[in-house]
Design a protein around this ligand. Structure first.
Ligand SMILES: Nc1ncnc2c1ncn2[C@@H]1O[C@H](COP(=O)(O)OP(=O)(O)OP(=O)(O)O)[C@@H](O)[C@H]1O
Ligand SMILES: [Mg+2]
Length: 303
């Protein structure tokens, strides 16, 4: 699904951000990307979303060859993706609701769908009381959650998230990854950059480690041996093993029964999504009647 062949990226100022990257990511995978600041993680994602083009090598995503893609095709290509940018990129003069709705409008969603879906994702990320705030009125973590909601709203096939937990507390970080995991279980491919190595160690996911623009390891963190050579990046035990606290605490993955987090607290942030990811897909297909929400009582459907 995502294929990097001998990809290098040298920026105009001569900075070599990626060197000879060969990576294949299958549909439905959940991949963490880690590495020190400046290692090339964001560049890797930016190439994937065709925000940057490689200096050499080939990138294929689905049926697209990104190097050959015409500019006007980019918006269509991006419809396949939900993106959380490292710097959020919220639109400053739009309230939270409209920032998220905008992502649906650009892909041509119907207003009726927007009125149902936007309050729903705002609720998932726990910000219903901020729906009418401007980004500048939000904390960093709240802005990050809006960025996450925007990435989720179109039910994209691929979620590309650049440090989606960088500005929230550990409990919220865990919930966000759980949320992404559950989306992943419905078939969404997830690629997530993070500096939170504790978080990475809690999940049995594939981890790509970048170091000075090179992929220095790529493999599963599975509670036992992990194929990571660059110990400085993942705080490995001296024996090269990694403790999988998550597995110990919550058992092997079968997410349906898993508690959301250590506190076993309110699951609604996550639970809402599991059921509703599917029901939203059904909704799109069947045009179910709308729920009444604060948002859709204002305009209504009648013209
Ligand atoms: N637009 C740009 N022009 C020139 N150099 C760039 C540009 N963007 C990134 N770089 C450089 O490329 C290298 C990789 O940057 P990148 O943003 O991919 O790192 P990163 O792994 O995401 O780091 P961080 O963890 O700090 O976000 C760095 O040396 C950075 O300074
Ligand atoms: Mg970055």
């Amino acid at each position: 699904m995502i294929d990097f062949k001998n990809v290098s990226k040298v920026y105009d100022n001569g900075t070599r951000a990626l060197s000879n990257v060969n990576i294949h990511i299958d549909k439905g995978e959940f991949v963490f990307v880690v590495g020190a600041s400046g290692a090339g993680k964001s560049t890797f994602l930016k190439l994937m979303m065709r925000e940057e083009v490689p200096s050499s090598g080939t990138i294929r995503i689905k049926d697209y060859n990104l190097g050959e893609m015409k500019k006007r095709k980019i918006p269509y290509f991006r419809r396949n993706m939900g993106i959380v940018f490292q710097d959020f990129r919220l639109i400053p003069n739009m309230i939270v609701y409209d920032n998220i709705a905008f992502a649906m409008r650009v892909v041509g969603a119907k207003e009726k769908e927007i009125r149902k879906r936007v309050p729903y994702v705002i609720n998932i990320v726990g910000l219903p009381q901020k729906a009418h705030s401007y980004p500048s009125e939000l904390s960093g973590g709240e802005q990050q959650r809006v960025a996450l909601a925007r990435a989720l709203v179109n039910n994209a096939d691929i979620i590309i998230a650049d440090e989606p937990t960088g500005n929230v507390d550990p409990q919220m970080s865990l919930e966000i990854v759980e949320l992404l995991k559950r989306l992943n279980e419905t078939g969404t491919t997830v690629i997530m950059v993070t500096h939170a190595h504790d978080l990475v160690k809690k999940f049995d996911n594939r981890v790509i480690v970048l170091d000075s623009g090179e992929v220095v390891s790529d493999g599963l963190v599975d509670g036992g041996e992990i194929p990571i050579h660059s110990s400085s990046h993942l705080n490995l035990q001296p024996d090269g093993k990694i403790k999988n606290k998550f597995t110990k605490k919550f058992g092997k993955k079968n997410k349906a029964e898993e508690p959301a987090g250590e506190k076993g607290k309110d699951d609604s942030f996550l639970d809402a999504l599991v059921g509703d990811t599917d029901s939203y897909r059904v909704y799109l297909e069947e045009e179910k009647p709308e729920e009444v929400t604060a948002e859709n009582t204002e305009g209504g459907d009648s013209k």
